[in-house]
Design a protein around this ligand. Structure first.
Ligand SMILES: C[S@@+](CC[C@H](N)C(=O)[O-])C[C@H]1O[C@@H](n2cnc3c(N)ncnc32)[C@H](O)[C@@H]1O
Ligand code: SF4
Length: 335
């Protein structure tokens, strides 16, 4: 069954955050001053169980979801994550299960993840320079550890893409070294514009490094050709290095918003469903599931929410709205 929202956008993708905790304190995502020792992370019984996640996922797949991506916080911190991947991979009609990770535990876990049915991972890495990387992740983890995780994932046969948030004054100098390194490795790198998610990362327009700026810089070093989208709702703007199969892409949530083709729903770690990354309020599916409803009632609730959906935050973003609107944190909802 296919369901659409108020603007005719189908429900196709689901992101599930499996934890709000992380072993990094990326300055643009979980700044240490706010996410410190006393930060009220979700207690364990507030997280959806794997059985609850599986049940919800099945309902979403019935309603048109083809791809699920697990995220967080840091999803590899969730105990026994491969068990969840095994459950999700077995859902009939689901075409793809992916994962977004900071890769600190990837070297150890890559094989189990692959064996459980995972196909693709996105690894976040914002710099190759170790000193800079450690100043961004603010947790002492080295680039080497992340790169080892990437190599292990490639060795076991996972498809790997690397995501790099570029923020003015933080890591623009890494744009070309990252491109060169991952081009040589044959791994797709995607540059992500710094977004106004949450209320704690002191976002403003002046800190955004746009696709246009980066593409201009890349063009001075590499010959690039643009690549057509693979499917409706594809988020990345894709390019290919001439004479190679290797791609480079951009997630342009700020400079070229893609709300009009957004087909994505998001479930936070505590089971709240959000229909936009920049939302402030979600619907509590944990409570609904734990109240003893049947599967049809769960599906009906999803349909009712999706049919009413009219989010287009990035299309409408202004300096004012970016400053004033209430929004949930990225580490809670997942990227
Ligand atoms: C919230 S993290 C969760 C998964 C995992 N911990 C990781 O870092 O890959 C998902 C993605 O969101 C990105 N991200 C976090 N805050 C962001 C922001 N304000 N703007 C753009 N991207 C952001 C991260 O760099 C990461 O690539
Ligand atoms: S971006 Fe990912 S790794 Fe960095 S603090 Fe946020 S959740 Fe953790």
């Amino acid at each position: 069954m296919k369901i659409t929202d108020k603007f005719g956008r189908p429900l196709q993708d689901l992101r599930i955050s499996v934890t709000d905790r992380c072993n990094f304190r990326c300055t643009y995502c979980m700044p240490k001053e706010i996410f410190g020792r006393d930060y009220p992370f979700l207690p364990k019984d507030h997280l959806l169980t794997f059985e609850e996640i599986e049940r919800l996922a099945k309902a979403f797949v019935k309603l048109g979801v083809k791809k699920i991506r697990l995220t967080g916080g840091e999803p590899l911190l969730r105990r026994n994550l491969p068990d969840l991947i095994r459950k999700l991979s077995a859902i009939s009609g689901l075409e793809d299960v992916g994962l977004t990770t900071n890769a600190t535990l990837l070297e150890k876990m890559a094989w189990d993840l692959k064996a459980a049915g995972l196909k693709r991972i996105n690894v976040s890495l914002d710099a190759l320079d170790n000193t800079l990387f450690q100043s961004i992740n603010d947790s002492g983890i080295s680039t080497e550890r992340v790169l080892k995780g990437i190599d292990k994932a490639l060795d076991v046969g996972l498809q790997v893409k690397v995501n790099m948030v570029v923020k003015k004054g933080m890591n623009e100098q890494e744009v070309i070294p990252m491109a060169r390194f991952f081009k040589d490795k044959g791994v797709t790198l995607r540059y992500i514009e710094f977004m106004d998610v949450g209320k704690t990362n002191e976002w403003d327009f002046s800190k955004v490094v746009t696709k246009k700026h980066i593409l201009n810089e890349l063009s001075q070093h590499f010959e690039l050709g643009s690549v057509d989208p693979n499917h409706f709702g594809e988020v990345a703007k894709r390019y290919r290095y001439k004479g190679t199969d290797t791609e480079v892409g951009f997630i342009t949530s700020v400079s070229e918003s893609f709300c009009s083709t957004c087909t994505r729903a998001r479930i936070a770690a505590d089971g709240k469903l959000y229909t936009c990354l920049f939302a402030a309020k979600g619907f509590d599916f944990k409570e609904l599931l734990r109240s003893g409803v049947n599967d049809v009632e769960v599906e009906q609730q999803i349909i009712a929410i999706w049919n009413k959906r009219e989010d287009r935050y990035s299309d409408e973003r202004t300096e004012e709205s970016a400053k004033n609107k209430d929004r949930i944190e990225m580490s809670y909802i997942g990227g």
